[in-house]
Design a binder for this molecule. Structure first.
Ligand code: ATP
Length: 313
């Protein structure tokens, strides 16, 4: 049946309706988490680290994940890196279903689709190898061929070209983190995940590390997710996603004003079924508990504390 003709049978009508249904949630996203759940069981106690987390990231985005300690940031990164398996939900990166990968696919995924940097600088680099040798190591392990200048080009791009012949001991903490990013990029991954890359650094050095992540994102087109506690971050990346209690709770978008000023605007997240989490300091300032009154206006929705006369006891 051509799309212009009227459907004739019940099946054709259903097919026609399915065609009109529009794209599925997250279709086209480079990274998709849909209702992601991760429960840890230790000594008979269950800890729900991710409680139905939704997240969509487009190809080529540079996104920071922030949130209080214990909110699930590292758990999310471990799932996305293919190190850990979620308990339920959907996690898809570059078209690969992370819950249904074979062991062979998982190895390929971890070797060539994602690159990862750890917070502990010492864990990222082998101490007896130079920066250049550290970058070439994952290439050799993956059995790939890269011309000799590949490592030097990456180090140059990240502003640590001068460190190519030095061992980690001969570099500062910020230089080590930038070399670690080069290692993560060595196998030309589509996605780089960085766990607290500036956790042990002062603010000036942190800016250099964020600059390196931006260079990788801009010049190589790689999608970057960085987990951080760094208060600077909202002005360093395009989008900051806040996580609270194992769910995404807020987003901050960075834009440049017409005067060239960098502005970070915070938004609440509206989930797929229309749920919205109001910030706790807003609700407690107005004594909002259990229910609120909503009013649809022409260009916004008003939210009021439920008062007397609204049927609240
Ligand atoms: N292997 C594990 N076994 C049991 N519980 C765990 C495990 N890993 C994490 N958790 C728990 O899951 C929750 C989320 O932890 P996670 O490390 O993801 O948080 P986080 O936001 O990265 O915290 P931080 O900023 O302190 O690193 C916490 O309550 C933590 O205690």
């Amino acid at each position: 049946m051509s799309s212009g003709e009227a459907p004739v049978t019940e099946l054709e009508e259903l097919e026609e309706r399915a065609r009109r249904a529009g794209p599925a949630f997250g279709e086209g996203a480079h990274i998709l988490c849909d209702n992601l759940v991760r429960i840890y069981k230790t000594g008979g106690v269950e800890v729900v680290a991710l409680q139905g987390l939704d997240l969509l990231i487009d190809r080529g985005e540079l996104v920071a994940i922030v949130g209080p300690s214990g909110s699930g940031k590292s758990t999310l990164l471990n799932v996305l890196s293919g190190l850990d398996l979620p308990t339920a939900g959907v996690a898809r990166v570059a078209g690969m279903d992370l819950l249904a990968m074979s062991a062979k696919d998982r190895l390929r995924y971890r070797r060539s689709i994602v690159g990862f940097t750890w917070q502990q600088t010492a864990r990222n680099l082998l101490p007896y190898l130079t920066a250049r040798e550290n970058v070439l190591l994952p290439v050799r392990l993956a059995g790939r061929r890269e011309h000799r200048g590949h490592a030097d080009e990456l180090l140059e791009l990240l502003g640590v070209g001068a460190c190519a012949g030095r061992t980690p001991m001969e570099m500062s903490g910020g230089q080590q983190q930038r070399v670690a990013i080069a290692v993560a990029l060595a196998n030309r991954p589509e996605v780089v995940l960085a766990d607290e890359p500036t956790g042990e650094l002062d603010s000036e050095t942190s800016e250099e590390v964020f600059g390196a992540l931006r260079a990788a994102n801009r010049e190589l087109g790689v999608t970057v997710i960085v987990v951080t506690h760094d208060p600077l971050v909202a002005t360093q990346v395009d989008r900051t996603v806040g996580i609270r209690d194992g769910r995404t709770s807020s987003e901050t978008l960075r834009r440049t004003s017409t005067e060239g000023e960098v502005i970070a605007e915070e938004y609440a997240v509206l989930d797929r079924v229309g749920r919205l989490q109001l910030p706790r300091d807003f609700t407690s300032a107005l004594n909002m508990e259990r229910r609120v009154r909503l009013e649809l206006e022409r260009d916004h929705i008003g939210v009021w504390p439920a008062g007397q006369g609204d049927g609240d006891e």
